[in-house]
Design a protein around this ligand. Sequence first.
Ligand SMILES: [Cu+2]
Length: 135
Amino acid sequence: MRSLHPSSRCLATLAIGLVPWAVHAGCPIPPDATASASAGPVQARWSTEPAQVQVGEPFVMRVELCPAAAKLLRVDATMPEHRHGMNYQPSVKPLGQGLWQVEGMVWHMAGRWELKLDTELNGVAHRLAPSVTLK
Ligand SMILES: [Cu+2]
């Protein structure tokens, strides 16, 4: 099932002045989508700015949650093999229509990072924990 109003979502994205580097095809997110994850009923996909994350450089994540009623409460990341997290705490802000912007991400080492997207849907917490390898 596709989003009922894909064009209105596009307009809303433009209306709040965002660079259209996130392409939204609506919910549900196809299982083969890159940069996506799910936990229970919650799906997420994301893009970053810059598109290629650089070691030690801040980046912004744009996260789309499905269903759009899900809330993104918190984002964190750790390197499980090294038993450390990030040196900064990112901030999360809602953009509406299931879109969220995460600022202040910095991955200070190359290697495997485990993202932690803490979400809530209908009062139930769901943590999405995809792995991302930074080269
Ligand atoms: Cu590390």
